[in-house]
Design a protein around this ligand. Structure first.
Ligand code: FAD
Length: 323
């Protein structure tokens, strides 16, 4: 799979942009907020909720961060005025984390404050290993300041993740709120698992630990062994969409189920998501939009050639991945 992905990546520079745009159209809501809102309104009948992401990441100067603060502020207004069941996801490096931590903190706080006043949750996406600790620190600092509407993402492939879960949930108790995924960045074998089965096993162990520690657990995977493992674990813990049997459960969180949800990327395995939703589970679709869809998509694919293979498979074998 990796070899095919690498071949596809090597062909990308000669692929015409219009072709890439057509393919990307499945995974990106459009180039502006209005297209994302239209799409979510249409998808609301699928009994799902959303997390909105403005495309873009690591910036070169702090001026660029202003664009993201302003755009996310518009997103929050739009969620409220259109009454969309959505929260937001942002990348800390787009807010300046790798340039000036204090400026990034104040940018993120501006958005967090506005989100809190509208009961909207803010998720910090997790980027590569350079910012793992810094991203966790932002969450802890904001929680210390009294913001409870923030959480981050942890990556099952990293060796450190189980320690992070234990440490964060010890500090925050049942308000700890995680998205758990495999992790898209192919990290080195010094710090991460690199083989498929190891990554699945580790991610499943992280899900178990989060649920056992009483955390809100957003399971972000399209991989059947992870979803099946999660359902079995939820069943064993007597947890369901309207029942969080854990002693220290935090009650109903704004716009969320009692203790868990399943998250999917826009355009990926919609049939599986709809099946989970009709079985009563809370599902959420990650909806990216923005003008930087080309650069963003190309970078993601270069970083992880397996994604190129998934996309190609979707085109040549569409039944494996219904929209
Ligand atoms: P895989 O084995 O990769 O995929 C299982 C199947 O799903 C594939 O066979 C394929 O059919 C389908 N599939 C998966 N991905 C795609 C795709 N892109 N296009 C087409 N088909 C696909 N990673 C981070 O590092 N940081 C984050 O903050 C982060 N946030 C995420 C948020 C959400 C809602 C989701 C769903 C994923 C997120 N990820 C993030 C990415 C994640 O870490 C994985 O890289 C990605 O989900 C692929 O892993 P998988 O568990 O779906 O399993």
């Amino acid at each position: 799979m990796g070899a095919i992905g690498k071949i596809i990546v090597s062909l990308m520079p000669i692929a015409p942009k219009f072709l890439v745009k057509r393919i990307a159209g499945r995974y990106v809501a459009g180039s502006n907020l209005e297209s994302a809102i239209d799409l979510m309104k249409k998808m609301s009948k699928e009994n799902t909720c959303f997390t909105i992401d403005v495309l873009g990441e690591e910036i070169n100067d702090l001026e660029e961060a202003r664009y993201f603060v302003d755009e996310y502020s518009r997103v929050l207004d739009s969620i409220v005025s259109n009454q969309i069941n959505a929260n937001i996801s942002l990348k800390p490096t787009a807010f300046g984390l790798l340039i000036d931590k204090n400026v990034a903190l104040s940018n993120i706080e501006e958005i967090l404050k506005k989100a809190a006043s509208n009961d909207i949750f803010v998720r910090l996406d997790m980027e590569d290993h350079r910012v793992t600790q810094e991203t966790i620190d932002v969450v802890l600092e904001m929680q210390e300041k009294g913001f409870q509407n923030i959480g981050t993402v942890l990556q099952g492939r990293l060796f450190r993740t189980k320690d992070d879960i234990a440490e964060i949930s010890k500090k925050l108790g049942p308000i700890s709120d995680f998205r758990i995924c495999k992790g898209i960045y192919l990290e080195s074998e010094e710090i991460s698992y690199t083989k498929y089965q190891e990554i699945v096993d580790s991610t499943n162990e992280c899900i178990d630990l989060m649920l056992e520690m009483g955390c809100y657990t957003a399971i972000a995977s399209h991989d059947v062994p992870i979803i099946e493992h999660s359902i079995e674990k939820l069943h064993n813990m007597n947890m369901s969409v309207d029942n969080d049997s854990r002693d220290n459960s935090f009650g109903t969180r704004v716009g969320k189920g009692p203790g868990y949800e399943f998250q999917f990327l826009l355009g990926v395995r919609g049939n599986l998501r709809r099946k989970l939703a009709s079985a009563g589970h809370l599902t959420r679709v990650y909806v990216p939009y923005g003008t930087k869809w080309y650069e963003y998509g190309v970078r993601r694919i270069r970083e992880n050639p397996d994604i190129a293979w998934h996309v190609t498979k979707t085109i040549i074998m569409p039944w494996t991945n219904r929209k």
